[in-house]
Design a protein around this ligand. Structure first.
Ligand SMILES: *Cc1c(COP(=O)(O)O)cnc(C)c1O
Ligand SMILES: [Zn+2]
Length: 400
């Protein structure tokens, strides 16, 4: 995306060998305009592969899928009222096979690993990428290695990666150092395929969430509010909406609002100075472990999404995140993990600051399932009350 150099779709390359910049998949939109048929899409099941023509996998026999995507887009009237909005939807990405949006990208990424002839996959992860890569690699019959920051990964995610049979390596350091090591290894060890979101094929899978929202609403929303960690997902949504527009299916593009945790907010700082430089955060810290990232690899794509869409990049405190997590559960019955709740905490801010109007249609992205991180619940909710099994004792506990 920096120097304009291009690579073949079958080359194994993760960043530009000329300038070190990020890669992105460019589709031949002109040719696709003739083949894409929205009526045909709508005859297919609602999942990632509904949008087959826009997904750069060429050998159907290599497709690795678990019916990912097709997640609920729920209208949330109670939360909307609480936030002062009239048109709020939550995209429930915890509905995916392993409980997070990462499955969308891994379906394409692991298919690509097979297509390219790899026998093993590797990623660095705050947890959900590891869980997802482990599952899809298992299904594809590939060996899988995951690097996670030691002691800083939610229990649900760790147990998934272990159960799916990945080799889990707990790196003594944070996510950023694990990712650096992962990239280095895959550049040297050419038989292992790197499936972090620096891999542009993952973004291709993740962009389908934008296409789904368009399909589910019947139009493009005014705002997307989305948690930002390594910044792949916000870039993916922006790519999805842009492709819809280039294909002539919609005129409108939503404004993209990225939300980071206060203790891991390098993109917020860049946005505030409206600049194209990002200073990494040395020791990122937040309860929302999925976005505990100080040096987001796709930062430039994220800033592009925000600047081009005239959106924003804001941060929220851990307290606001936890409040939002409880609100989603207690007002809508939605149990989402802390990182996901950052989008709802962010929406509250954006409403208060008048960035979003009450009658605009806004979609908050709930990126992962609440059961991923059961330990946080024990910290923030009332513990169960022990009581004798007689009706008198029980009745005293009830207020009707
Ligand atoms: C990966 C992840 C994020 C962050 O997405 P990026 O693409 O890294 O910005 C947010 N929430 C959850 C639950 C995640 O798993
Ligand atoms: Zn380059």
């Amino acid at each position: 995306m920096d120097c304009g150099r291009s690579y073949g779709v079958d080359e194994v390359v993760y960043t530009c060998s000329g300038c070190g910049g990020l890669l992105e998949v460019r589709l031949d939109i002109e040719r696709l305009s003739d083949t894409v048929d929205i009526g045909l899409w709508r005859e297919r099941p609602l999942n990632v592969w509904r949008y087959r023509e826009l997904l750069p996998i060429f050998d159907d026999s290599k497709v690795v899928s678990m019916d990912e995507g097709g997640t609920r887009l729920l209208r949330c009237r109670n939360l909307a009222k609480e936030m002062g909005s009239e048109n709020l939807y939550i995209k429930c990405e915890g509905d995916n096979p392993t409980g997070s949006f990462k499955d969308r990208g891994m379906s394409i990424g692991v298919s690509k690993a097979l297509e390219l002839g790899f026998k093993a996959t590797l990623c660095a992860s705050t947890g959900n990428t590891a869980a997802s890569l482990a599952a899809y690699s298992a299904r594809a019959g590939l060996r899988c290695y995951v690097l996670v920051p030691a002691g800083k990964i939610a229990l649900g995610k760790l147990s998934q990666a272990m159960m799916y049979g990945a080799k889990v390596l707990a790196v003594k350091g944070d996510f950023d150092s694990a990712l650096k090591a992962a990239m280095q290894i895959c550049l040297e060890e050419r038989s292992i395929y790197l499936l972090n979101s620096v891999n542009p094929f993952r973004i291709e899978g993740q962009k389908t969430a934008a296409l789904e929202i368009f399909d589910q609403l019947g139009f493009s929303p005014d705002n997307i509010v989305i948690p930002v960690g390594n910044a792949g997902n916000i870039s993916a949504y922006w790519k999805g909406f842009n492709e819809l527009r280039m294909l002539g299916l919609t005129e409108k593009l939503p404004r993209m609002h990225g939300v980071q945790a206060r203790g891991a907010n390098p993109l917020v700082k860049a946005y505030r100075s409206m600049s194209w430089v990002m200073e990494p955060i040395e020791k990122p810290e937040t309860v929302a472990t999925a976005i505990r990232i100080g040096n987001p690899v796709s930062w430039k794509k994220a800033l592009r999404a925000v600047y081009e869409s005239r959106g924003s990049m804001i941060d929220v405190s851990d307290e606001e995140i936890i409040d939002a997590q409880k609100l989603a559960a207690r007002m809508e019955g939605l149990f989402i993990e802390p990182a996901s709740a950052a989008s709802i905490a962010g929406l509250r801010r954006l409403m208060e600051e008048g960035v979003i109007d009450k009658d605009e249609v806004t979609v908050c992205i709930a990126t992962g399932h609440g059961l991923k991180d059961p330990e946080i619940v024990l910290k923030i909710c009332e513990p169960p009350i022990e009581v004798d099994p007689d009706t008198e004792a029980l009745r005293r506990m009830l207020t009707v």
